[in-house]
Design a protein around this ligand. Structure first.
Ligand SMILES: Nc1ncnc2c1ncn2[C@@H]1O[C@H](COP(=O)(O)OP(=O)(O)O)[C@@H](O)[C@H]1O
Ligand SMILES: [Mg+2]
Length: 266
């Protein structure tokens, strides 16, 4: 099952992605977490110590590895001559970070091509890795993405089975979520779940939801939770969140919905 976690900046995508990865791995699923943010920070939320996380070179920026795998020589006219089908099937194991036995993280970084349209070897490598992962991995793949599915483009975007669109319970944020959901439908992603995060008052959140959506999109409420701020301030990952905390319970409910979609689509 491949889940894209989308939404505008600051709404809680990384927080929810990390928590979802922990909960699914606790339920026994093998989980691969991918961070495709241009400023990746999923590692910290998964409990990788801050200093260590800063050292990670995203796949899409790893020119050295790209050179090895694609045969490209940076700066030597590689624009024409490099392999677009590099070896990538070992990258999750070799390049990924083991968070738990059944949870790995690969920091992919942004895969958006430069405005000049040039395809750098490292971005080509990251894209080849993503495509391979989406086609062949049997486990649950959770992708923390900084925008919506359109970033992935045709060929990759429609390989997601679920888009989890995260929003805050405000009119503006919900309107952006609606736009991202409309775009994901054009890209043929079959399942969409809306996660309304940082909710203080669920009645009010549901009124806001009804103002923007006609009721056709399933939504889950995720409460605003002081425990997250406490962990954040201590530099701790979401593995340390108490299981009795509101956000844990809410994301656990969300995970059940994802699992039921996974079972249905088999
Ligand atoms: N349910 C929540 N309760 C309290 N704070 C939250 C919650 N979800 C996210 N946050 C906080 O909001 C901020 C942005 O979250 P983050 O997951 O980094 O967003 P994004 O990845 O969408 O940019 C972080 O400081 C995070 O700790
Ligand atoms: Mg983020």
């Amino acid at each position: 099952m491949r889940v894209l976690v989308a939404g505008k900046g600051g709404v809680g995508k990384t927080t929810i992605s990390a928590l979802l990865c922990f909960i699914l791995s606790e339920k026994g699923y093998n989980v691969l977490a991918l961070d495709t943010d241009s400023v990746p920070n999923l590692a910290q939320s998964l409990g990788v110590p801050y200093e260590e996380a800063l050292e990670i070179v995203p796949l899409s920026r790893n020119e050295e590895l790209a050179e090895k795998r694609t045969g490209a020589k940076p700066g030597k006219g590689w624009g024409v001559l490099f392999s677009l089908t590099p070896k990538v099937d070992d990258l999750a194991e070799r390049y990924g970070i083991r968070i738990r036995d059944n949870l790995r993280l690969v920091v992919v970084g942004s895969i958006e091509q430069s405005k000049e349209g040039c395809l750098c070897p490292s971005i080509a490598l990251a894209r080849a890795f993503l495509l391979h992962t989406m086609i062949s991995r049997k486990e649950i793949v959770v992708v923390d993405c900084e925008a919506g599915a359109e970033v992935f483009g045709r060929g990759l975007a429609e390989k997601f089975e679920i888009m989890l669109c995260v929003t805050e319970p405000t009119f503006k944020s919900l309107m952006i979520a609606r736009k991202l959901i409309d775009m994901s439908k054009q890209l043929d992603i079959p399942n969409v779940i809306l996660a309304i995060n940082k909710v203080k008052d669920s009645m009010r959140a549901s009124v806001m939801y009804k103002k923007v959506f006609s009721g056709s999109i399933q939504y889950n409420i995720i409460r605003l939770d002081e425990n997250i701020t406490l962990l954040d301030n201590e530099g701790l990952g979401l593995n340390k969140i108490p299981k009795t905390s509101p956000v844990y319970r809410d994301v656990e409910n969300l995970s059940k919905k994802l699992i039921s979609i996974k079972k249905r689509s088999k």
